[in-house]
Design a protein around this ligand. Structure first.
Ligand SMILES: N=[N+]=NCCCCNC(=O)[C@@H]1[C@H]2[C@H](O)[C@@H](O)[C@H](O)[C@@H](CO)[C@@H]12
Length: 438
């Protein structure tokens, strides 16, 4: 049985959340609308028309939530800042919004919980979207100004920062598949958005070096283990190509200053330009990569699909998201990232959506305990294989707004009864509390 003491002494265990998924108070104290406010209020975009207007009401209940983190014994907490709460139009300051994050950080520190801040977790101010959003090259400068302001505001107390959460989701799901805000379906736009997201990241890192001399800054990507879904040689080729588009695309430029060869061809074919000056900014050195790992993705060669491949379902046990439970993929990707980029790593998200039922005041999510144990074991195996893994944030602290799936998917180790906003520690939280003492 894995124990906390098996991990390095300074290894940190935490939980992660994101502003739009938990805060609520969407129109309170001067907060402006984000693209997710507009998207979730657009009929047909989210399950049951669910939105983040109230969510977990964390904006008002943050003290109680921090008390629960303390009770579980967590070392750290990763959360995101709502850009439109602090800059309703993307530019001018809303002091009440800024005050909330000051209170939140101070409350965490008073409870000996280390804050990790994500600057952008998908809630772009709608006012900036109206100026082109991630398609407008100037967005990188708006983001730099926002980042600079937040570094100045909180950098004296917060020393661990993440610029973007999963630019693959923001660009591919937001601009190509249309599943996420702003719901566009245009491959060329997705490529432009991806490039501008990485440019914004680079600008923020440059600002960080000026504003927070003793801090660490990184980029969090979703990292998927891409495997061939059948034994055809073409499927192995396709898997390695998809791996380049999903993984290397968002890591290579940040470390090497260039896109993977296979990807550049698509860019040039689409007539997109990649300036050397852009690549130099994107490659401003970072201190770590954040790794969001959930599952593997199986692809097969498919000549009928314009992209040349299609996804196939694997036959391993799956979570409520239909994602295979595949802890080996975590080990594989941690080792891959270490060997390719040689940077310290944090698992900034790992967890599962389960069929959580509240019965007699209890949620017996034994499956989530098993999931976490298996992924903890693979993380430890990676450390023993030489990976400089520094921490592990469970997704998520509490059940929350699961984007297009609304409130139908529960990822929390804490159950939220949305009718009463009552929080109930699931068995997984009780297990974690004991693990953290082991
Ligand atoms: N096929 N397939 N595969 C896996 C694709 C995962 C892409 N979605 C994510 O990584 C999001 C990340 C997000 O940060 C968080 O805000 C979300 O709540 C979690 C849970 O959805 C995850």
């Amino acid at each position: 049985m894995i124990r906390r003491s098996d991990f390095p002494k300074d290894f940190i265990f935490g939980t992660a959340t994101a502003a739009y998924q938990i805060e609520g108070a969407a129109n309170e104290d001067g907060r402006g609308p984000s693209i997710w406010d507009v998207f979730s209020h657009t009929p047909g975009k989210t399950l049951n028309g669910d939105n983040g207007d109230v969510a977990c009401d964390h904006y008002h209940r943050y003290k109680e939530d921090i008390k629960l983190m303390k009770e579980i014994g967590l070392d750290a907490y990763r959360f995101s800042i709502s850009w439109p709460r602090v800059m309703p139009d993307g530019k001018n300051i809303n002091q009440k919004g800024v005050d909330f994050y000051n209170r939140l950080v101070d409350e965490l520190l008073e409870n000996d919980i280390v804050p990790f801040i994500t600057l952008y977790h998908w809630d772009l101010p709608y006012a900036l979207y109206e100026k082109g959003g991630w398609l407008n090259p100037d967005i990188a400068l708006y983001f730099r100004a926002y980042a600079t302001f937040m570094f100045n505001e909180l950098g004296d107390r917060v020393k661990h920062w993440i610029t973007l959460n999963e630019p693959w989701c923001s660009s591919f799901l937001g601009y190509f598949t249309g599943e996420h805000a702003p719901g566009h379906k245009d491959l060329q736009e997705a490529l432009i958005a991806a490039h501008n997201l990485l440019r914004a990241h680079g600008h923020a890192v440059q600002a960080f070096r000026e504003e927070v001399k003793d801090g660490k800054v990184g980029l969090t990507n979703v990292v998927m283990k891409i495997e061939p879904g059948d034994s055809k040689p073409e499927s192995f080729l396709v898997a390695s190509l998809v791996d380049k588009f999903v993984n290397a695309w968002y890591h290579d430029p940040v470390v090497f200053g260039k896109y993977p060869e296979e990807a550049v061809a698509i860019y040039l074919e689409k007539g997109l330009q990649i300036l050397d000056s852009d690549m130099n900014i994107i490659a401003t050195p970072i201190d770590f990569f954040g790794v969001n790992y959930y599952t593997r993705t199986l692809v097969i060669f498919d000549p009928n699909n314009p992209l040349g491949f299609s996804y196939v379902q694997g036959d391993l046990p799956k979570t409520e998201m239909g994602w295979e439970i595949y802890p080996q993929g975590l080990f594989d990707m941690l080792v891959y990232l270490k060997e390719r980029y040689r940077l310290p790593l944090y698992i900034t998200e790992n967890g599962m959506a389960g069929p959580d039922k509240l019965e007699n005041g209890r949620v017996q999510d034994t499956y989530r305990i098993e999931y976490l144990e298996k992924h903890f074991e693979k993380a430890l195996e990676a450390i023993n294989a030489g990976v400089d893994l520094k921490g592990y944030f469970i997704w998520s602290l509490m059940d929350n707004f699961e984007w297009a799936y609304g409130y139908s998917k529960r990822f929390g180790i804490i159950y939220v009864d949305y009718n009463t906003q009552k929080r109930i520690l699931k068995d997984s939280a009780l297990w974690l509390k004991e693990f953290l003492k082991s």
